[in-house]
Design a binder for this molecule. Structure first.
Ligand code: ADP
Ligand code: MG
Length: 319
C-alpha cells in the first residue's frame, strides 16, 4: 500500500459510521475484531455495485456511497436482522478526493443512522465498483427467510414499487417528468431507504420475506420457488405512488411497479390471523395486502387483462 492510499483511508474511511461497544479493533490493523453477542445468530450479506451496471457512472458520489451500503442493509432488513458492521471494498479509477469525500459522506450518513460501524475494507485501482459486506444480529432461530411461505398466507409489500425504476428512466431520458414529481422519483432511485425497522418488526410474524431488488414479480417468483408454493398477485392492489402514476400513466406505471428493480421494499407473507398486527406496523412503514400464497406453483397475476404484456418474458403464468 502506498502512503497516498494510507492517507486516503485515514481521511475518508477511519471512524466512519456509528461508534459501537462491540467493536474491539477497527480500521488500521490487518483485520477488525468484534465481540459476538450471546443468544444471537450472526447474519452476513455482501453486495457489489458496479458503475454502468447498477448505477450510471456519472451518478453523484454521495449517492453511490449511500447505495453501496443501502442495498446491503436491505438484505439484512429482509432477514429481520439488526445491522452492526460493514466492510467496504472500493475500486476506483483514480484517487479523486472530491469524489471520495462525497462517497464517504453518503456512506457515513446512512451507517450512523442505522448504527453500523465501518470496521475495515480494501481500496484498489480499477473500474469503479463498491463491494460491501455487512453483519448484523438476530435472536437465535428468529431470522426471516425466503423459504417459509405457506399456502393460504397473505402476501404483503411495503411502501410503493416502481418509483426507483421510473427515477432511473428519468436519469436515462426514457421517461419525462418535471418539478416535484421528478425530484421524488429521482430520490427513490438515488437514495433507497432500507426497510430495517419493518424487517425487525416482522420477526415472529412473517413466514417468509425478500427485499425487492430485481422487480416485484421476479422477486416474488424467487420467494415462491424457495418456499415450494405459488402466488396470486392482485395487480389492482399494487401500491403505486401518485408521482409514478402521473409521470408514467396507467400501463407503464404497472410495468414499473411489477418489473423495475431498485425499490428495496420488503415483500413478505404471513398467516391471515396476523393481519391486524401487520396493519399496526403500518403506522411506522406503509404496507399493502397484494395477494395470497397458493399451493399450486407459479405466479398468477390477477388484474386488468393487460398482464401478459406487462411482464413480457415472465414464464410463470397461470390463468
Ligand atoms: P492489508 O494490506 O493488511 O490488507 P490495507 O493496507 O489494505 O491492509 O488496509 C489498511 C487498513 O485500512 C485495514 O484495516 C483495512 O481494513 C482498512 N481499509 C482499507 N480500505 C478501506 C476502505 N475502503 N474502507 C474501510 N477500511 C479500509
Ligand atoms: Mg488490504
Amino acid at each position: 500500500m502506498s502512503p497516498g492510499e494510507f492517507e486516503l483511508i485515514e481521511r475518508y474511511f477511519t471512524g466512519r459510521g456509528a461508534v459501537r461497544d462491540d467493536v474491539r479493533l477497527s480500521v488500521g490493523d490487518d483485520a477488525a475484531i468484534v465481540t459476538p453477542r450471546a443468544g444471537a445468530d450472526l447474519v452476513l450479506a455482501l453486495d457489489t455495485i458496479v458503475a454502468d451496471v447498477h448505477f450510471p457512472a456519472d451518478t453523484g458520489s454521495r449517492f453511490v456511497g449511500h447505495r453501496a451500503l443501502a442495498v446491503n442493509l436491505s438484505d439484512l432488513a429482509a432477514m429481520g436482522a439488526e445491522p452492526a458492521w460493514a466492510l467496504l471494498g472500493l475500486t476506483l479509477p483514480a484517487a479523486d478526493e472530491s469524489w471520495l469525500a462525497g462517497f464517504a459522506s453518503g456512506f457515513d450518513e446512512l451507517a450512523r443512522r442505522f448504527g453500523v460501524a465501518l470496521v475495515g475494507g480494501d481500496t484498489t485501482r480499477g473500474p469503479l465498483a463498491a463491494t460491501v459486506t455487512v453483519g448484523g444480529w438476530v435472536p437465535v432461530g428468529e431470522a426471516l427467510t425466503r423459504s417459509g411461505a405457506r399456502h393460504g398466507d397473505d402476501l404483503w409489500v411495503s411502501g410503493t414499487t416502481g418509483d426507483a425504476g421510473a427515477g432511473l428512466a428519468i436519469l436515462q431520458a426514457r421517461l419525462a417528468a418535471g418539478g416535484a414529481i421528478r425530484e421524488q422519483l429521482l430520490r427513490r432511485f438515488l437514495l433507497p431507504e432500507p426497510r430495517v425497522g419493518l424487517g425487525r418488526s416482522l420477526r415472529g410474524i412473517a413466514d417468509a420475506c425478500i427485499d425487492i431488488s430485481d422487480g416485484l414479480a421476479g422477486d416474488l417468483a424467487k420467494l415462491c420457488r424457495a418456499s415450494g408454493v405459488g402466488a396470486r398477485l392482485d395487480c389492482a392492489r399494487l401500491p403505486r405512488s401518485p408521482q409514478l402514476l402521473e409521470s408514467a400513466g396507467e400501463v407503464a406505471s404497472m410495468r414499473f411497479a411489477l418489473t423495475a428493480g431498485d425499490d428495496y421494499e420488503l415483500l413478505f407473507t404471513a398467516p391471515p390471523a396476523s393481519r391486524h398486527r401487520i396493519e399496526e406496523l403500518a403506522a411506522a412503514t406503509p404496507v399493502s395486502l397484494v395477494g395470497e400464497i397458493t399451493a399450486k406453483p407459479g405466479i398468477h397475476l390477477q388484474g386488468a387483462g393487460l398482464e401478459r404484456d406487462l411482464v413480457h418474458g415472465f414464464d410463470h403464468f397461470t390463468d
